[in-house]
Structures are given as structure tokens and as C-alpha cells.
Design a binder for this molecule. Structure first.
Ligand code: PLP
Length: 460
């Protein structure tokens, strides 16, 4: 592609994206295609001769778009948001344009130094404990996902424990499935994860946790790590981090705090209570790629002491040796993550933070929390519904139909088949629940109000 063609098609593509974001609200949120439908429209073999770019773009409209579930729609209330925003899309584009591999400081000093700096900014914006900033023993790194973060935390915890023998890990029964996966990948054995019972607010029971740890110690196991969740996926529950941290400290265990979604709330000082006890954590993560207007992938992972992480993950072949690394003056982020290669993800987070400023970010987060509060109020006032997570709401509202699972399932199916909104489900206390996750970058009062109308009419 010549430079001239790149300019032309680049402008066309940016125009296309701007147009898409302007009209996405009108598109059916949940893709309506059947399995295999997208592939059936693609040629069986790759093209032999070059194809003009306009033809490729036309196929985006005709083949790809129908197979898209519109995560950028303001009517998207499913799972958790995977937000984008103008500045983050442009940051992503620039990252691709520069195309650097930031595995070592020396492979692109700006990629490393911007990442360190932006993660210090983020720690400041969220008012995280100073030990997570890069000027001491700890620091932050951008991982692709919270799943990678918990795996890295676990291998660092094992490194610090100094043994790989008969290790056990702990998380509540409501913790994210990525904890189960991390324990499996790290080779602790499936049985090594203790799922701790939750209380009636779906938060980990610290007394049960303490008992499980003691039982394991008595049986000759080495408890290595606990994961406390700040904002569970199912219902937004917040584990009692101070009590969990105290038990971890008593037994020399690593505490990882998973605030994948909810951590963004701490941008607003009045919501910082969610981070009570985080000062006891050895590691912490939150996902700007969920609620902080930064497109996937961008997980901010912090450690209080980077040494065990680096010791666990650093492997130095001859071809990566270089003077800067050997000087000890630089960070090589390849040693803070599982893969060697790494994209320049800090650019998009930097663009987002600079575009919105702390005030802008807070404004949007507060608005989402307020919209969720309003929605919950409507739900609570309607006899047909049961509001399930009044105590841990932030921007997630969980509810069910009082007539039981079948009626709740009908709510989901009716709303999603309408194409006018998309909500997903979970199971709470063994019963089906609708999750309404308010947090898409462009969601306004009118979208939440429309969802409420849909819910009411679906309830019959
Ligand atoms: N932890 C929690 C609490 C989550 O809600 C999620 C995703 O919803 C994850 C971890 C996994 O996030 P990721 O996709 O970044 O691995």
C-alpha cells in the first residue's frame, strides 16, 4: 500500500468508524446471525490476486457487521462493558502505526517509560496505596487481561513462598473463573483452589476463609495466595479485604485484589470505600478496558514488590542481552508478564486520561452509578421484580422476576430478541438473575429509561 493509498483509505476507515459510532445505537445490539452464517459468506480460498481496499471495506459492511454484537452501543447492558472512546481508538491506531515491540526498554524506551508513568498516574487517580507506584519496590504494568494478572500474581506468590509443594489458593465461590484457570495453568492442581463460602451479600466469609487456611496448615499444605474480589462479576459484591488481608498477613500469604470492573469507581473520591484494605494487598488489578473508556486490551496490574514477579518470570537468552538491561537502570516489562512480546498499550490509556482529564473521567463514572441507582429504584418499586444486589450496586443492577426462573428467562429472551438492548444473566443463590451493567461510554438516561420500558413490558 503506497503512502497515498494509506492516507486515502485511512481517512475512509476513520470516517467509517465515526459513522458507525454515530449510528450504532440504531443497530440490533445482539448479533442475529446463526452459527456458520458469517463463514458461509466468505470465499473458500484466499485471493490469488490483490483486491482493492474498497472491496474489503464493502465486505465489512455486508459480511462482518451483521455478525457483530455491538459492544459500543449505548444499549449494551450485558456482561461488563468493553468500552472504547475516540481517544482510545486513536491511541490504538497510533500503536499499530508505530508497530513497536516493547518487550525490553531498549526495544522502544518510550513504550516502557510511558507505561510506567501512566500507571503511576492511574495509581494517583484511583488513590491506590503508594507502594504500588514505581518509585519504590513495586510498580505497575499493563497486562492484556485480569486473567493474566491473577496468573502472574500466583506465580509471583509461589516464587515468594519458596516452594511449589502442596500449595493451596483461596477465593470466594463468587470469584471470577480466571482464578480457577490461573490455578490450573500454574499447575497447582485443580483441587488446590479452595472456594470459600459467601455471605448473603455474596461476599467472601472471612471466618470461613480463616478456617479453611487453618485446616490446610494442619493438614500439611502451604497456603500461598488469596484472591479478594472488589466487585464480583455476578453481583458486584465486595469481599471484606481488610479481614482477608489480616489473615493473609498472619500466615505469610500473598493477597491479590481483583477489582477488574469496579476499580474504576475509585476515580470518584466518594466511592473509594471500595478499596478499603487494599493497602494490605501484594498485588491489585483493574481493567481500564472495562469501564474506563479504553478499548480492550488494557489491564492495569500493580505489585507492592516487583522482585518475586521478576524472579518468577525472567528468562534471559543471549539474544536479549543488552547494555541498558544490564545497567539495572531500566524496567524490562517482558519480565512482568507471560509472553515476551508486548504492544504499546500505554498510548491509548495516556490518550484517554489526557482527553478526559480526572474531572471528565469522574463525571462519566458518577453518571453511570447514578443511572444504575435510578434503574434500581424503578425495579425496587415494581412488585413483579426482586432487586438482588442493593448493597453492592455501583453500576451493576441484578434482579429477577418474582415468578421464578422461567419468568426471569423470558425477560432476558424478550429483551434480547427485541434487538433494542442486550442484557445477560447469572445465577445468584442458585436462581437465575438478570444483570444490567450500566457503563457503556455513550449510555445516557434515555437508554436506561428505554431498557426499563422494555423490562416492564416483558414482565407481562
Ligand atoms: N475478574 C473479574 C471480577 C471480572 O469481572 C472479569 C471479567 O468480567 C475478569 C476478572 C476477567 O477479565 P479479563 O477478561 O480482563 O481477563
Amino acid at each position: 500500500m503506497t503512502s497515498e493509498q494509506f492516507r486515502r483509505y485511512g481517512r475512509e476507515l476513520v470516517d467509517w468508524i465515526a459513522g458507525y459510532l454515530a449510528r450504532v445505537e440504531k443497530l440490533p445490539v445482539l448479533s442475529q446471525v446463526r452459527p456458520g452464517e458469517v463463514r458461509a459468506r466468505l470465499p473458500e480460498h484466499p485471493p490469488v490476486a490483490p483486491e482493492p481496499f474498497d472491496r474489503v471495506l464493502a465486505d465489512v459492511d455486508e459480511i462482518i457487521l451483521p455478525g457483530i454484537t455491538h459492544w459500543q452501543s449505548p444499549n449494551f447492558f450485558a456482561y461488563y462493558p468493553a468500552n472504547g472512546s475516540g481517544p482510545s481508538i486513536l491511541g490504538e491506531l497510533l500503536s499499530a502505526g508505530l508497530g513497536v515491540q516493547g518487550m525490553l526498554w531498549t526495544t522502544s524506551p518510550a513504550a516502557t517509560e510511558l507505561e510506567t508513568h501512566v500507571l503511576d498516574w492511574l495509581a494517583e487517580l484511583l488513590d491506590l496505596p503508594p507502594k504500588f507506584r514505581s518509585d519504590g519496590a513495586g510498580g505497575g504494568v499493563i497486562q492484556d487481561s485480569a486473567s493474566s494478572a491473577v496468573l502472574c500474581a500466583l506465580v509471583a506468590a509461589r516464587e515468594r513462598a519458596g516452594t511449589a509443594d502442596r500449595l493451596t489458593a483461596y477465593a470466594s465461590a463468587e470469584a471470577h473463573s480466571s482464578v480457577v484457570k490461573a490455578v490450573r495453568i500454574a499447575g497447582l492442581g485443580r483441587a488446590a483452589l479452595r472456594e470459600i463460602a459467601v455471605d448473603d451479600r455474596h461476599a467472601m466469609r472471612a471466618d470461613e476463609f480463616a478456617r479453611a487456611v487453618q485446616r490446610d496448615i494442619d493438614a500439611g499444605f502451604t497456603p500461598v495466595m488469596a484472591v479478594a474480589t472488589v466487585g464480583t462479576t455476578g453481583s458486584g459484591a465486595i469481599d471484606p479485604v481488610p479481614a482477608i488481608g489480616e489473615i493473609c498477613r498472619r500466615h505469610g500469604m500473598w493477597l491479590h485484589v481483583d477489582a477488574a470492573m469496579a476499580g474504576t469507581a475509585a476515580l470518584a473520591p466518594e466511592l473509594r470505600y471500595i478499596h478499603n484494605g487494599v493497602d494490605q494487598a501484594d498485588s491489585y488489578c483493574t481493567n481500564p478496558h472495562k469501564w474506563m473508556f479504553t478499548n480492550f486490551d488494557c489491564d492495569a496490574f500493580y505489585v507492592a514488590d516487583r522482585r518475586p514477579l521478576i524472579q518468577a518470570l525472567s528468562v534471559l537468552p543471549e539474544y536479549l542481552r543488552n547494555e541498558a538491561s544490564e545497567s539495572g537502570e531500566v524496567i524490562d516489562y517482558r519480565d512482568w508478564q507471560i509472553p515476551l512480546g508486548r504492544r504499546f498499550r500505554a498510548l491509548k490509556l495516556w490518550f484517554v486520561i489526557r482527553h478526559y482529564g480526572a474531572e471528565g473521567l469522574r463525571h462519566h463514572v458518577r453518571r453511570h452509578v447514578e443511572l444504575a441507582r435510578q434503574f434500581a429504584e424503578w425495579v425496587a418499586a415494581d412488585d413483579r421484580f426482586e432487586l438482588l444486589n442493593a448493597g453492592s450496586r455501583l453500576n451493576l443492577v441484578c434482579l429477577r422476576h418474582r415468578n421464578g426462573d422461567e419468568a426471569t428467562r423470558r425477560l432476558l429472551d424478550t429483551i434480547n430478541a427485541s434487538g433494542r438492548a442486550y442484557v445477560t444473566h447469572t445465577s445468584l443463590d442458585g436462581k437465575l438473575a438478570v444483570r444490567v451493567s450500566v457503563g457503556q461510554t455513550r449510555t445516557e438516561y434515555v437508554h436506561v429509561e428505554r431498557l426499563w420500558e422494555l423490562l416492564r413490558s416483558a414482565a407481562g
